[in-house]
Ligand binder design. Sequence first.
Ligand code: GTP
Ligand code: MG
Length: 452
Amino acid sequence: MNHEIYDPDDMIAALATPWAESAIAVIRVSGAGSIEAVDALFSGSVKLAGAEARKLTLGVIRNPETEEALDEVMAVPFKSPVSYTGQDGLELYCHGSLPGLQKILNLLFQSGFRQASPGEFTFRAFVNGKMDLTRAEAVQEIISAKSGKAQSMALSRLSGAVESRINTMKSNALGIAAAFEIQLDYPEDEVETPETPMGELLQIKEGLTELIASYQVGRIYQEGVVVALAGRTNAGKSSLFNLFLKEDRSIVSDIHGTTRDFLESWISLSGIPVRLYDTAGLRKSDDPIEEEGIRRTRQVLKNSHVILYLLDGEAGLSEDDEAVLARADNKRVVVWNKADIASQPCPEGAVPVSAVSGKGFQELEKVLKDKIFHDSSTTQDGPVIDSLRQKNLLERALYGVDKVIEGIHNGLPVDILAMDLSEVLQALGEITGEVSSSDIMEQMFSKFCVGK
Ligand SMILES: Nc1nc2c(ncn2[C@@H]2O[C@H](COP(=O)(O)OP(=O)(O)OP(=O)(O)O)[C@@H](O)[C@H]2O)c(=O)[nH]1
Ligand SMILES: [Mg+2]
């Protein structure tokens, strides 16, 4: 780690709110001596250095040399260790004027503060034991969450949901390591075959597998998925598109080949951001424009995660439909539309819906959601991770657990098992930051916002 950038003993300052005109802007400072340093620039009803911690004081920031008043602000001092960083620090609530903020920051930089690097406040919180690395990462994950669900999952990580899972696994693994240790120290006990900790190992394996799978869920809520409506002309794709949007967006008519250019819109499916596409009906056509539309449709279908393939319940299955259905495709959900006027019973495996009356729509949403999560076996109740760093380390831990399990099956000596198990403990320790390499940390914190 670049110690010059991340020296936790310096006094640092940064604007914590965006560089833009706003009603209020917050400047944050941290470091030993920072309250006294700001106090020298501040005139208010009380001295900040002696003021009660975490209480607002109104005052003026003044350049002590020129006596020029820079802004009227409210200042809140935080006293170590009861602060975000664990150090003495302050927040200044200023007017959100860019020239004003620039003046205050310049004055701070002249008064012994240095511009904070990205994530440096949180880095200090970590160094001072205020939070482990999973919580520190959650701070930035909350800020960059793209959906309400992603934000609330990050919030649960901030309160320690992932940390406590890891700690449980860690203490179980430590228990096994201790048992191995005893066997190594008293090998004569091997006369009575010692119990293998297989149950505990399988439990750790299950926990790791679940957390690894949850990464996929985190990605889905963060980045969203692409879903396309497809099917022959007149099947009701545009009608269903409008029903998803709750808006009359796409032209609906009983003329075959109404939709030519595809349409797209973001919708929220119980919190999952979904990019939904309405496409041109699939049929053979001599019209070059319609043909181009169908070519583009195929491109959209290729790039989507899930295809809702609509059958026209009134017209029944066409030869083309039969050909499509004969091909296995695990990203397809078959929808039996126009169920209200269907001429035949709904084919097995299809979801009956009426895009006109809305009947069956809720069930379709449920099936679609299950499809989106089809390859993430995780139950969505447990904690969900959203950090590639954590996922890679969990995979390393899982690899180690598998090696121990295999080793026991193959009757390997305890000292080898103990070595593989220590790999597991190392990986788990790196997730929370108990053991960590400095370049990983630098990589991690450099992705943060300045002022966090
Ligand atoms: N009764 C009934 N009519 C429907 C239903 N869904 C669509 N329709 C009617 O079927 C016709 C075609 O609907 P569209 O939504 O335009 O079909 P499309 O698949 O988009 O057709 P193209 O754009 O030509 O490929 C319209 O007259 C709709 O009103 C349904 O569930 N029930
Ligand atoms: Mg259409």
